[in-house]
Design a protein around this ligand. Structure first.
Ligand code: GRG
Length: 295
């Protein structure tokens, strides 16, 4: 694995939990619950992409992009906590451990998700007030994040997903729209945030988004493949859940072989968007790693 990927991954692990150290004693349980899910061993795909894109813009002081990386991982974690709730997917396991509501109960899990969502905007704005980002950079980052994580982005994808429950006939275009929103948007904005933190041009920000859109779809198709081919031990969550929920997926529509081809094709297309970046080697390596991943 590329040295930069290793270095940034350990930086992320070092910084991601600082926020929870300053928990309020009167209701520490909320911070414990937020920390439980953040600490719970995710792959850190999104914050890593933020740091890698910051670096790809020619910047080395990656700590400057860390609040953006934290923000996107907190939003990702909130989405997983809420997604596991009984009113959504009702999943008892996440990343091989009991899901948040199984440990803390539904009410606290709901609030932990709310706390993480809002803390994302706190992370960026507090560092801007401290002088790390100028006001325009912070507003741009907050704007992009709120659009991509909100009703026009990730939440929109979740609504389409709910509409597809018990609809094994959803077609390719429906799945593509759902996943572009549900999965692609947060990955896209993670890439864009790295460029925004670096003060990059709109051209670079747009290319980062294009990369994220393609990679996000490849990532989701791979996720659907692993739901069929992997195991609970490797994935840390129940496999076969799509079949059990009677859901149409890329695998049910196209079969595994065609899906593997599509992952490769979308990953290649994502790479094409990287030509404009001065330093893109680490991102290319990471995109290939994600396409070949087993969990
Ligand atoms: C706000 C309820 C709510 C939902 C928003 C993102 C989302 C929609 C729901 C989360 C569940 C899900 C399966 C989303 C698809 C994207 C995806 C494959 C998430 C898993 O991301 P990984 O593999 O997770 O990066 P880790 O555990 O590694 O962090």
């Amino acid at each position: 694995m590329n040295d930069k990927i290793k270095e940034y991954s350990s930086l992320i692990e070092e910084k991601l939990y600082k926020y929870f150290e300053a928990s309020l004693p009167e209701y520490k349980i909320l911070f414990d619950s937020m920390e439980y899910s953040v600490k719970n061993g995710g792959k850190r795909v999104r914050p890593l992409l933020t740091l890698l894109f910051y670096n790809a813009c020619g910047k080395d002081d990656v700590l400057k992009a860390m609040p953006m990386a934290e923000a996107v991982e907190y939003i990702h974690t909130y989405s997983l906590i809420h997604d596991d709730l009984p009113c959504m997917d009702n999943d008892d396991f996440r990343r091989g451990k009991p899901s948040n509501h199984k440990v803390y109960g539904e009410a606290i899990a709901l609030l932990a998700g709310d706390g993480l969502l809002t803390s994302a905007f706190e992370r960026i704005s507090v560092w801007s007030l401290a002088g790390l980002y100028d006001a325009e950079t912070a507003v741009k980052a907050i704007h992009e994040l709120s659009v991509y994580a909100g009703a026009r982005g990730m939440i929109g994808g979740q609504i389409i997903d709910i509409g597809n429950e018990n609809n094994p006939n959803a077609d390719f275009d429906n799945l593509k729209l759902m996943d572009s929103l549900k999965t692609g948007c947060l990955i896209s904005v993670a890439c864009a945030l790295g460029c925004i933190a670096a003060g990059a041009s709109q051209d670079l920000i747009d290319s980062a988004k294009t990369f994220g859109e393609k990679l996000g779809l490849a990532f989701q198709i791979k996720d659907d493949i692993l739901d069929v081919t992997s195991t609970l031990e490797k994935l840390g969550k129940m496999t076969g859940s799509d079949k059990e929920n009677n859901k149409s997926t890329y695998v049910t529509l196209l079969g595994i072989e065609k899906c593997e081809e599509l992952v490769k094709q979308l990953t290649d297309e994502a790479m094409n968007a990287l030509d404009v970046f001065p330093y893109n080697e680490a991102i290319k390596e990471y995109a290939n790693y994600l396409a070949d991943r087993e969990y």
